[in-house]
Ligand binder design. Structure first.
Ligand code: GAR
Length: 217
């Protein structure tokens, strides 16, 4: 079982999607620890409901960002975490956190990166007048919302789109692609070549194009 650490800041619906996929037996992983930087995060209620170990580590309890990140690493390593998932974790991480988990940190972002990086990605897409947006699971490196792409889902914008309607349609795809990406890691099928992420297929060898949503379609 792949040992997961999940970092959250809020609602935790992506965390819930991971938990549900594990409970349905389609994601072969175990959430060893959830850490929230926000004591009010609803994600913590989900942990209680599913008996998942959780902790609150607030940035303001530390004098420096690196002390905060070192403590995050310490807690995750103490639980033997092999893959870290940022599931709505609203902080930018530095090398202090990234290096100990290099190429083993995933983030879910509600746009097709490199479009609409940063905050309010869905609002940015609506205001820009884009015809397509979507969501991305990417490897976290020192760039912000710009690491190598593992999988993306495309969501068209409707004529009368607003931020909330787009966000909720994108979210339903987030809940599919995030567990899928984690499952590829659990199967040991992810190969990172510079910016390109290849998913090795047991049957066909390394595919030139990433397979999509194998376990969820
Ligand atoms: C999700 O839409 C996620 O893509 C976004 O925050 C939301 C968290 O929802 N993340 C970012 O914008 C990161 N740049 P959740 O707490 O219900 O999973």
């Amino acid at each position: 079982m792949l040992k997961l650490g999940v970092l959250v800041s809020g609602r935790g619906s992506n965390l819930q999607a991971i938990i549900d996929s594990i409970e349905r037996g389609i994601l072969k992983a175990k959430v060893e620890l959830v850490i929230s930087d926000n004591p009010e995060a609803y994600a913590l209620e989900r942990c209680k409901r599913h008996n998942i170990e959780h902790k609150v580590l607030e940035r303001k309890s530390y004098t420096t960002k690196s002390a905060f990140e070192e403590d995050l690493v310490r807690h995750l390593k103490a639980k033997g975490v092999e893959l870290v998932v940022l599931a709505g974790f609203m902080r930018i991480l530095s090398e202090t956190f990234i290096e100990p988990f290099r190429n083993r940190i995933l983030n879910i972002h509600p746009s097709l990166i490199p479009a609409f990086q940063g905050l309010h990605a869905q609002r940015q897409a609506v205001e820009f007048g884009a015809m397509f947006s979507g969501c991305t699971v990417h490897i976290v490196d020192e760039s912000v919302d710009a690491g190598p792409v593992v999988v993306q889902a495309v969501v068209p914008l409707l004529q009368e789109e607003d931020e909330d309607s787009l966000a909720s349609r994108i979210l339903s795809f987030e809940h599919k692609i995030l567990p899928q990406a984690v499952q590829w890691f659990a199967e040991g099928r992810v190969e990172i070549k510079g910016r390109r992420v290849l998913i090795k297929d047991a049957k066909y060898g390394t595919l030139p194009v990433n397979p999509r949503l194998e376990i969820f379609t």
